[in-house]
Ligand binder design. Structure first.
Ligand code: TYC
Length: 103
């Protein structure tokens, strides 16, 4: 480079802290047709919620329109969206999920 202090040499800077990856929320969206039991099962199996937690999240989504199923790195969040969407379609349910970056 043209910087006179490095005289064309490449400089490497040390950083003590490791960068943390950006995290993504997996949002569960309400619809009129997906059975409540199926949504609870999804939250238990794919998002590792207890039955009680799963019931609370499902009901919150049912009443408010959407809610957070879990928070993950981008790859994991997108994989969960794809897997759960595929499983819902196999059952003929219109369940929708989306991954969105935190803050
Ligand atoms: N609203 C659906 C019903 O009454 C239940 C439901 C809850 C669907 C949450 C989707 O993400 C959802 N059967």
């Amino acid at each position: 480079d043209a910087d006179p202090t490095t005289q064309g040499r490449t400089q490497t800077l040390e950083r003590t802290q490791t960068q943390r990856p950006r995290l993504y929320r997996v949002l569960l969206l309400n619809d009129d047709y997906t059975p409540m039991d199926f949504v609870v099962m999804v939250l238990e199996r794919h998002f590792r919620k207890s039955e009680q937690e799963a019931q609370l999240i499902m009901l919150a989504v049912h009443h408010k329109g959407q809610g957070v199923a879990g928070v993950y790195t981008r790859d994991v969040a997108e994989t969960k969206v794809a897997q759960v969407t595929a499983e819902a379609r196999q059952h003929g349910y219109p369940l929708r999920l989306v991954a969105e970056p935190e803050a």
